[in-house]
Design a protein around this ligand. Structure first.
Ligand SMILES: [Zn+2]
Length: 129
């Protein structure tokens, strides 16, 4: 039977879902070097230009290029067909170490109260400031 406690639980679940959505982060960040695992650009490597965490999508340079018909505007004098990156799903990309060029899962450590990601192989930090 679906009593009041069921409804209460459902409400709490919904709140938790919303919270998770707000604070969610993907396994890659802007500026990371990634490798594409599937799709037409499989095997390509590039930097992450933009992350859309709420939609699980990332924009990687020179990956998933689509042709756009561009009209001449004041900023862009020349119109015509231009190639632009399109979003791909985050599960299609793997994080790579920029130092040893290996696909890897970073080790997380805290130094001076700041969370950093470190490569397991070469112990180089990924987040360079
Ligand atoms: Zn490394």
């Amino acid at each position: 039977m679906l009593g009041p406690s069921y409804r209460k639980n459902r409400r709490l679940e919904k709140i938790a879902e919303k919270k998770a959505q707000q604070y969610r982060t993907l396994h890659v960040k802007k500026g990371d070097l990634v490798k594409v695992l599937s799709g037409k650009d499989r095997g390509k490597e590039g930097r992450v230009i933009e992350v859309q965490a709420e939609k699980d999508r990332v924009l990687v340079e020179k990956v998933n290029l689509v042709k756009r018909h561009q009209r001449p505007t004041q900023q862009l004098q020349k119109g015509g067909i231009i190639e632009k990156e399109n979003y791909i799903h985050c599960s299609k990309v793997a994080l790579m170490c920029p130092h040893c060029k290996e696909q890897m899962r970073p080790k997380r450590s805290i130094t001076d109260g700041v969370k950093t990601r470190v490569c397991r192989e070469c112990n180089e930090p990924l987040d360079l400031k």
